[in-house]
Design a protein around this ligand. Sequence first.
Ligand code: AR6
Length: 182
Amino acid sequence: MVPMPQLTAVRGDITTQQVDAIVNAANSAMRGGGGVDGAIHRAGGPAVLEDCIARFPRGLATGDAGWTTAGDLPSRWVIHTVGPVYSEHSPSEARRLLQSAYRHSLLEAVRHQLRTVAFPSISTGVYGYPKEDATKAALEEVTTFLASEAGSALQLVVFCCFSEHDLAVYQRTAPIFFGAAL
Ligand code: AR6
């Protein structure tokens, strides 16, 4: 029998997660930035940027994903994806692009036979996506993927929340997976 992949939400810094790949909420230029992108490049060291330049000479489209080395990070890979800038799209288009970013990240993981992946809350920082809506869209996409044939190759998907508040949003949105928020 194929084991069901697990879904969990934790509060933490994604750069310390011990998983096969951490996902980076990058921008289309793929040359680093602030927020979680800056933290990943700082912790991973120059090898991450060198690989971004070599592998993504033209950057990466919104909603797409691709991998680089993780350099000095504890994970083996970084999967970079680009979420939508919320104000640049209609709500339905922003949701489509956000779900595309999650789906393409998971497809990259499966393509490289990775088993464990951690996500930050893509687009909910500088890109301004409302947290509750982004959490619902992320959960819908990830659970659909995990229930599919491709998703059964994964063992664990971690939603790595940077604040207590973000974790509480995940817990409230899906108490069935993450337990109720206190
Ligand atoms: N670990 C986990 N989550 C984090 C960390 C961390 N170390 N640091 C921040 N977050 P943001 P975006 C959370 O702004 O909205 C960058 O400059 C943060 O609290 O990093 O997709 C890129 O280069 C928030 O919940 O990403 C792009 O230009 C979430 O990560 C742009 O920002 C995403 O916030 C992308 O904007």
